[in-house]
Design a protein around this ligand. Structure first.
Ligand code: GTP
Ligand code: MG
Length: 167
């Protein structure tokens, strides 16, 4: 009998950075220009099973839901912390989430920092250098994505999968 692995992945980050859009792109290969903000307890997570292996939990980024996040990252194996490359403040918020994960989540959690909206690089406020340097210092995976075009989206989820303990 082959051994089954079950992983939990949680997405965190400021509202409107594109967490739900990344999940939609990865799971259904779709994009929605008018994606509504994730709100309300009943809709707080989208639980999707990927190849019977990984459960993806999207979270609501609006400040009023912040206190609910520990429920979702507490027993997560991996976290994707998302910022928007066109909003410098969203990187500050991402760093706050990373500090919280480093303190409160399982010590073996695999964390990826993800700069989304790469298709809007003409309006870039966060350089690749700044974000990758921070990620290196913190020992995080890092990459940039566009949920809109799909660029980099599979790569970040695959990079995480490679770092998970398959033994
Ligand atoms: P909350 O649910 O409020 O926490 O937000 P979220 O992080 O889930 O963001 P969401 O996926 O709802 O996306 C917010 C807006 O940004 C939507 O209008 C999306 O269409 C848009 N968006 C998301 N990803 C991208 C991207 O890669 N490029 C562009 N141009 N727009 C994007
Ligand atoms: Mg959302």
């Amino acid at each position: 009998m082959s051994k089954q692995f079950q992983f939990k992945l949680v997405l965190l980050g400021e509202s409107a950075v594109g967490k739900s859009s990344l999940v939609l792109r990865f799971v259904k290969d779709q994009f929605d220009d008018y994606r509504e903000s994730t709100i309300g307890a009943a809709f707080l997570t989208q639980t999707v099973t990927l190849e019977d292996q990984t459960t993806v939990k999207d979270t609501a980024g609006q400040e009023r839901y912040k206190s609910l996040a520990p429920m979702y990252y507490r027993n997560a194996n991996c976290a994707v912390v998302v910022y928007d490359i066109t909003q410098a403040t969203s990187l500050d918020k991402a760093k706050t989430w990373i500090r919280e994960l480093q303190r409160q989540a399982d010590p073996s959690i695999v964390i990826a920092l993800c700069g989304n909206k790469l298709d809007l690089s003409a309006r870039r406020q966060v350089t690749e250098e700044e974000a990758s340097k921070y990620a290196d210092e913190q020992g995080l995976l890092w990459s940039e994505t566009s949920a809109k075009t799909g660029e980099g989206v599979n790569a970040i989820f695959n990079a995480i999968a490679k770092k998970l303990p398959l033994t």
